[in-house]
Design a protein around this ligand. Structure first.
Ligand code: ADP
Length: 399
């Protein structure tokens, strides 16, 4: 048995989950926010109870020390030496990383070099890696990439129809994200269906604040809706998803905003928030639509119809589909979105039960037993995938 910690570090936050492996039991989980700002927030979930503390946390290294102190404080470990591995979620692995890797000086340097492709995310992830290295220098550390699962996409899927040398010279291509989640739910779907993943064509819909759809054939991602960045694809909480690129100079001209400002609008003020003018949180939109708010209703329709179209397109790419999977905050919880996404898909063999659809956050098949295409709700678990990879990846033995 061993204790493995899964880490997701952002620029001012750090999420963690400590697992007992191989049982995959979660011993403790938590979130540290406002690192480097005043009034940091340390939230920890231990034995089903939430403990919150407001305390200044100057940097990530201090956050890591506090976190490790908590583990001994709550008696989760007798000594921090019991931690045998650390798994770090890294957003961008470019074309270099097709799988998780051991973090060494060399691999860490490559991740830093990829910051060009993910300037908001990779540097923050690296800060997390370094903070742990400072405090636990001799513990095995592994990087798990959001992009890795999608590295199996064929060129016809990942290549933009732009001058080819942009791909060669600047790495301009579709990378895709949420890979760890798409991989987890696809593997779990195969388990639940009792069929080898090699034989399955799956469409996985990860619908959270960020949302992406993936076409998974034989366990491999062959296409996904996010692109060079997570801005592409379906409409999201605050992101526009795909738009006509010619709109960017047009909006700049009309509104007098700079290109950075327009990009900010596309990332933070569009999607469900932009259309509804109310909120990026789907629960608020569902409530407003229920009360007759037209723009909230429109936001629900735009959000679900984009996903609906991706399902048709991915089914076409795989010459059919065996199961459609819903996951993440909206996918797991919103019967309203699921029912709209699945509307009118009987023509392709999707028969689902509205009564079974009335469920939140539970693993469940909501299609009728006779439905050729299964529809499944599978709560995602990126953290356990990280912990599994930490166990799986060997440490080289030096003689
Ligand atoms: P993130 O991408 O930040 O991890 P989540 O996967 O937590 O996001 O998803 C957040 C989204 O899930 C929000 O839009 C939220 O409104 C939605 N959501 C969570 N619970 C429910 C629910 N019970 N009904 C409808 N939507 C929900």
């Amino acid at each position: 048995m061993s204790k493995i910690i899964a880490i997701n570090a952002g620029s001012s936050s750090l999420k963690f989950q400590l697992f007992e492996m191989p049982s995959e039991e979660v011993l403790i989980a938590g979130l540290i926010e406002r690192i480097g700002l005043d009034k940091g927030v340390f939230t920890i979930l231990v034995n089903g109870e939430k403990v919150k503390e407001i305390i200044d946390i100057p940097d990530h290294a201090v956050a890591v020390k506090m976190l490790l102190n908590k583990l001994t404080h709550f008696g989760i470990v007798k000594s921090i030496n019991e931690i045998e591995g650390i798994g770090h979620r890294i957003v961008h692995g470019g074309e270099i990383f097709h799988n998780s890797v051991l973090l060494t000086d060399e691999t860490l340097q490559k991740i830093e070099e990829l910051s060009d492709l993910a300037p908001l995310h990779n540097p923050a992830n690296v800060v997390g890696v370094k903070a742990f290295k400072e405090v636990l220098p001799n513990v095995k550390a592994v990087a798990v990439f959001d992009t890795a699962f999608h590295q199996t996409m064929p060129e016809r899927s990942f290549l933009y129809s732009l001058p080819y040398e942009y791909y060669e010279n600047y790495g301009i291509r579709k990378y895709g994200f949420h890979g760890t989640s798409h991989q987890y739910v696809s593997e779990r779907a195969a388990e639940l269906l009792g069929r080898p993943i090699e034989q399955l064509r799956l469409i996985s819909c990860h619908l959270g604040n960020g949302a992406s759809i993936a076409a998974i054939e034989g366990g491999k991602s062959i296409d996904t809706s996010m692109g060079f960045t997570p801005l592409a694809g379906v409409a999201m909480g605050t992101r526009s998803g795909n738009i006509d690129p010619a709109l960017i100079p047009f909006i700049m001209e009309k509104t007098g905003q700079s290109e950075i400002e327009v990009l900010d609008i596309l990332n933070k003020k569009s999607g469900i928030l932009g259309i509804s003018g109310l909120s990026s949180d789907l629960r608020d939109i569902e409530q407003a639509a229920e009360k007759g708010n037209d723009r909230a209703e429109t936001a629900l329709e735009v959000f679900s119809s984009r996903i609906h179209k991706y399902i048709g397109s991915y089914a076409a790419q795989m010459s059919g589909v065996d199961a459609i999977i819903f996951t993440a905050g909206i996918g797991e919880n919103s019967d309203i979105i699921r029912s709209r996404v699945l509307r009118g898909l009987k023509f392709m063999g999707v028969y689902w039960d509205p009564a079974l659809n009335q469920v939140r956050g539970e693993e469940r098949c909501i299609s009728y037993p006779h439905s050729p295409v299964k529809v499944m709700i599978i709560p995602t678990n990126e953290e356990v995938m990280i912990a599994r990879d930490v166990v799986k990846i060997p440490v080289p033995v030096h003689h």
